[in-house]
Design a protein around this ligand. Structure first.
Ligand SMILES: [Zn+2]
Length: 433
C-alpha cells in the first residue's frame, strides 16, 4: 500500500513494514501526531476537527481505511480558511506507482484570487460539454470540483524545498468519483516563479523574436496562472472511464501518471485559446492564449531539457507529459507548418505559426488520451509516451545546456521555509512573526 515497504526475508518470504506510529518511521510519525493533536485543539470548525481526528487515527494505526475516511472528510471540509495536505500521498517517486512520499502543506485561503478559479469551476459543465472528447467519455454531471487559490505558509517533506504549484487530491479514484476532490493553486508560489523568470534572461534567450518576447512579458504570468487553474479544476476532473474498465493505474500502469498530466494540461491548453475566457472576463484577449502556447512549446521542446543531465532520458511524469504534448503537436502540425523549427546563428527555436490549428491539434490529442484512459488502452498509451515523451535529442539537449549555462540560472528553484514565531499575549497567540 501507500504507507509501507515490502521486504524480502529469504526465499519466497515477504513481509510488509507499515509506516505508522508503532511501526517503521515510528518516532517521526509520533511527532506528526503530536502536532496534529495541537492542531485539533484549535480547529476552525467541526468538519476540520473531524479531519484531524481521522488523520491522527490513521497515523496511529497505519490503517489505510482510516486514510480513506480522512480523505472523504477532508474533501467535505471546504469552508475552513486554514487547510493542510498531510500524509504519504504522491507516488511519483515510486517506479511502480504504489508507495507514497510523505508531504505536508499548510496554507490559508486567498479569497480574492479564489474568485478567478471559482469562475472556472462554476462553468465546469460548459467546459465538459464543449470539449473535444468523444461524447461517451464526457461526464454528464461534473461533480465535486472545489477550487481555490491558497497562500502557502509552510511546506515539508516531498513538498519542500521544491514545491508543486497546483494540488488536486485525493488521488483515490473512487473517492473522487463519489465524493469529489479539492483543487488548489499555490498562489504565492506561482507568483514567485513568474517574478523570478521575468528577470533572468531565459525569455530573451529562447523566444524567437520581439513579438514573442513582448507577449511573454505582458501576458505570460496570467497565461501561466490560468493554465494551472484549468489543469487542476477542469482538467483532472473531466472525462469518464467506460463501465467495466479498471483504474488508470491498473490499465495504464507506469504510464498512467504521465498520461494523466498530459490530459489535464491539454484541457487547459485547449481552453486558453477559447474566446469564452475573454467573455468570462478572465483574460483581456486571446494574446494570453498565444503566450501560453508559445511558452508550452518552448518548454516542452527545449527549455525543460535544462533540468536534465546529458545522456539522461525523461523519467519524471510532468516532464514526460510536456514533451509528449509539445512533440506530438509539432509532428502532427508539421505538414501545415503549425509549429516550425528555426535555426538562427546556431540557435534553435520552436515557433508557433498557427495558433488556431495548434488548438485543434491539442484537442485531437486530448480526445485520444481520454480515449486511452476511458478504454484502458495500455498499448496506445505506452506507444505515445515512449515515442514522444521519453527520448531526448542529444544535439538539441547539448545546445540547451550550453545556452542555459551561459545565463547562469539554476534550472530548479527551491523555497526556504519561514520560521514562524508566535507573538503571545498571556496564553493567547495574537500575531505571528
Ligand atoms: Zn496534474
Amino acid at each position: 500500500g501507500l504507507n509501507s515497504r515490502l521486504v524480502k526475508e529469504g526465499k519466497g518470504k515477504f513481509s510488509e513494514q507499515v509506516w505508522y506510529a508503532d511501526g517503521m518511521y515510528g518516532p517521526a510519525i509520533k511527532e506528526i501526531v503530536n502536532w496534529l493533536v495541537k492542531a485539533r485543539s484549535v480547529a476552525e470548525n467541526d468538519a476540520q476537527r473531524k479531519t484531524f481526528e481521522l488523520l491522527i487515527a490513521y497515523y496511529q494505526s497505519g490503517d489505510l481505511k482510516k486514510f480513506d475516511e480522512y480523505n472523504i472528510a477532508w474533501v467535505a471540509d471546504t469552508n475552513s480558511v486554514v487547510d493542510t495536505v498531510n500524509g504519504f500521498i504522491e507516488v511519483y517517486d515510486d517506479a511502480l506507482g504504489y508507495r507514497g512520499t510523505w508531504e505536508s502543506v499548510v496554507s490559508i485561503k486567498d479569497a480574492e484570487a479564489s474568485k478567478r478559479i471559482a469562475a472556472i469551476s462554476g462553468q465546469a459543465q460548459w467546459f465538459e460539454d464543449n470539449s473535444p472528447l468523444l461524447p461517451e467519455h464526457k461526464k454528464k454531471n461534473v461533480v465535486g470540483i472545489s477550487a481555490k487559490v491558497i497562500t502557502v505558509v509552510v511546506e515539508g517533506g516531498d513538498a519542500a524545498p521544491t514545491t508543486p504549484i497546483g494540488i488536486n487530491l485525493p488521488n483515490a479514484n473512487w473517492i473522487r468519483a463519489q465524493h469529489g476532490s479539492k483543487s488548489v493553486n499555490l498562489g504565492n508560489i506561482v507568483e514567485a516563479y513568474d517574478q523570478a523568470k521575468n528577470g533572468d534572461g531565459q525569455l530573451e534567450e529562447f523566444t524567437r523574436d520581439e513579438a514573442e518576447l513582448a507577449r511573454a512579458k505582458e501576458h505570460g504570468s496570467l497565461a501561466h496562472k490560468l493554465h494551472v487553474d484549468m489543469h487542476e479544476v477542469i482538467g483532472h476532473a473531466s472525462g469518464q472511464i467506460e463501465a467495466g474498465i479498471g483504474t488508470p493505474k491498473e490499465t495504464l500502469k507506469s504510464y498512467a501518471s504521465a498520461l494523466e498530466e498530459a490530459r489535464a494540461d491539454l484541457v487547459g491548453l485547449y481552453y486558453i485559446m477559447d474566446p469564452k475566457l475573454v467573455e468570462m472576463g478572465l483574460m483581456p484577449s486571446l494574446e494570453v492564449g498565444k503566450a501560453a502556447y508559445d511558452s508550452y512549446i518552448r518548454s516542452g521542446m527545449m527549455v525543460q531539457l535544462s533540468r536534465l543531465e546529458l545522456g539522461e532520458q525523461l523519467e519524471e511524469s510532468h516532464m514526460r507529459n510536456r514533451q509528449l504534448v509539445a512533440a506530438w503537436a509539432y509532428e502532427h502540425g508539421k505538414a501545415e507548418n503549425v509549429v516550425v523549427k528555426e535555426v538562427v546563428d546556431g540557435k534553435t527555436y520552436f515557433v508557433v505559426k498557427d495558433y488556431e490549428k495548434l488548438r485543434v491539434i491539442f484537442g485531437e490529442l486530448l480526445r485520444e488520451i481520454q480515449r486511452i484512459k476511458s478504454k484502458g488502452d495500455f498499448a496506445a498509451g505506452k506507444a505515445l509516451v515512449e515515442t514522444y515523451g521519453v527520448k531526448v535529442d542529444r544535439a538539441l539537449h547539448e545546445e540547451v545546456l550550453r545556452r542555459y549555462q551561459a545565463l547562469n540560472v539554476a534550472p530548479y528553484a527551491g523555497f526556504i521555509q519561514p520560521k514562524l514565531v508566535p507573538v503571545m499575549e498571556g496564553d493567547k497567540i495574537v500575531d505571528v512573526k
